[in-house]
Design a protein around this ligand. Structure first.
Ligand code: NAD
Length: 476
């Protein structure tokens, strides 16, 4: 194994303020009741900033600002003019991408090489892509003159803070809606920097409002009467609560929830490539990925060979400082998430699965979990059924393609799946039978703004990305 000298990215490019207000009607304001919470760096537990906690009154103010902007400015504005603002935002994101990437890694704990090379390019690409649609909506296949819905309430999780913001805000604005977005309570900082970017782009006041806070703030937002559309990404439990809350109202709803994806490796797959795909599938972003390949289904005849290679590869993974450019696996996002990963992995061992991690030194401070695999997993084990949302892989085996399909679909979720094989016909045969919104062939965790993304069953409904992503924000 190579010895790597420390290669930390400088954090001097980011200017974190001691405290942040709510972004309402184009300016930062104090919350009505003055509440606040802290956002910390999960790799060091250092407090990064004090964040305003929005209450029902603040949510009301933000929704009113969004309504006014919708009625007076953004709704009536021709698509070609909305496009100019979106292109401007996309360009500023590119110009400030280093700053955004460092801030994302500080607040979320993800390795800088991922925030820099994956999250930020995708964020900019999303704004560029939907900017392109803003003046072409009559050609999107939703009728001659599709109309926006109005005010969109958007609630996002902490695993891809800025990317989830882009998935929500870019299509909503392109379609002519205005938004109130609530970032996750552990990762609000890049959304607040995005608010500054909206000011820099001279986006009309009230078109984008950012209200920070936790679950109660999110609840007040999705339940507000003045909202026409609710878009949520997060856990299946909260998704259910939101579906109940908006049932019977005029609000249109899309839900992007959890997953327990199968990554299926056949005996004719190129082992080295498959192993890279397995590692990317479960250890990318510390496994905090709704579409993570968290169940490896490997054909019995090659299981030993694949596992040997996988273990060798895992021993090369570098866990540590998210700002170090050589880091592969950063910090777990919060103490609560770390506790959940520990609880489920302990259940895995107690239920009889065999646990393995490479030797790996974890920092003393912060929230850390070594990359882990479980073999001897059965379909009844909790670690095969429940979403762990951490760097933990459950390995199962199969003998025939039909058994692989059966096991892959044996989950309440249906967000994604991966197939590794040399045979094109087998890829098509499998993809036809897998109940998953996205099926990757000989790759994993590949995202593109032109491609729709979303789930079946308890993974939610509606699609984000591509032409399909516009539908959720149009009256069709
Ligand atoms: P969560 O559902 O608790 O939180 C997601 C967002 O919803 C946060 O902004 C949170 O403040 C808000 N929220 C919480 N309660 C709410 C309520 N009653 N009404 C409105 N908003 C509310 O999820 P989490 O704790 O951030 O993550 C834990 C789980 O979420 C993971 O284990 C995984 O299952 C799931 N998850 C899925 C995705 C995905 O992309 N599909 C992404 C992240 C997390």
């Amino acid at each position: 194994m190579f010895e790597y000298a420390p290669a930390p990215e400088s954090r001097s490019v980011v200017d974190i303020k001691p405290s942040y207000g709510l972004f309402i009607d184009g300016t930062f304001v104090d919350p009505a009741d003055g509440g606040s919470f802290k956002s910390i760096n999960p790799s060091s537990e250092e407090v990064l900033a004090e964040i305003a906690e929005g209450g029902a009154q603040d949510v009301d103010r933000a929704v009113r600002a969004a309504r006014k902007a919708y009625d007076k400015v953004w709704g009536p504005m021709p698509g070609r003019d909305r496009a100019k603002y979106l292109y401007r935002i996309a360009r500023i994101i590119q110009e400030r991408s280093r700053e955004l990437a460092v801030l994302e890694s500080l607040d979320n704990g993800k390795p800088i090489k991922e925030s820099r090379d994956v999250d930020l390019p995708l964020v900019a690409a999303h704004f560029f892509y939907y900017a392109g649609w803003a003046d072409k909506l009559p050609h999107a296949g939703f009728g001659a003159n599709p109309q926006p819905l109005g005010v969109a309430a958007q609630v996002i999780p902490w695993n891809f803070p800025l990317l989830m913001l882009a998935w929500k805000i870019a299509p909503a604005l392109a379609a002519g809606n205005t938004v109130v977005l609530k970032p996750a309570e552990t990762t609000p900082l890049t959304a607040l920097l995005f608010a500054e970017i909206c000011q820099q782009a001279e986006l009309p006041a009230g078109v984008v409002n950012i209200v920070t806070g936790a679950g109660e703030t999110g609840r007040a937002l999705v339940e507000h009467d003045g909202v026409d559309k609710v878009a949520f990404t997060g856990s299946t439990d909260v998704g259910r609560a939101i579906a109940r809350a908006v049932a019977g109202s005029r609000k249109k709803l899309t839900l992007e929830l959890g997953g327990k994806a199968a990554n299926i490796v056949f005996d004719d797959a190129p082992v080295d490539q498959a192993v890279e795909g397995i590692v990317n599938g479960i250890f990318f972003n510390q496994g905090h990925v709704c579409c993570a390949g968290s169940r490896l289904l490997v054909q019995e005849s090659v299981a030993e060979q694949v596992l040997d290679s996988l273990k060798r590869r895992m021993a090369q993974l570098r866990v540590g400082d998210p700002l170090d450019k050589n880091t592969d696996i950063g910090a777990i996002n919060s103490a609560a998430q770390l506790a959940r990963i520990r609880e489920l992995t302990e259940a895995g061992a107690a239920e009889g699965a065999e646990r393995w991690s490479p030797p790996c030194e974890l920092p003393d401070r912060g929230f850390w979990f070594a990359p882990t695999i479980f073999t001897g997993v059965t379909q009844a084990h909790r670690i095969a059924r429940e979403e762990i949302f951490g760097p933990v892989l459950s390995v199962l085996t199969f003998r025939t393609p039909a058994e692989a399909v059966e096991k892959a679909n044996n989950t309440p979720y249906g967000l994604s799946a991966g197939i590794w094989t040399e045979k094109g016909s087998r890829i098509l045969w499998m993809a036809d039978r897998l109940r998953a919104g996205v099926v990757w062939a000989n790759t994993f965790n590949k995202f593109d703004p032109t491609s729709p993304f979303g789930g079946y069953k308890e993974s939610g409904y509606g699609r984000e990305g591509g032409r399909h992503g516009l539908e959720a924000y149009l009256n069709v």
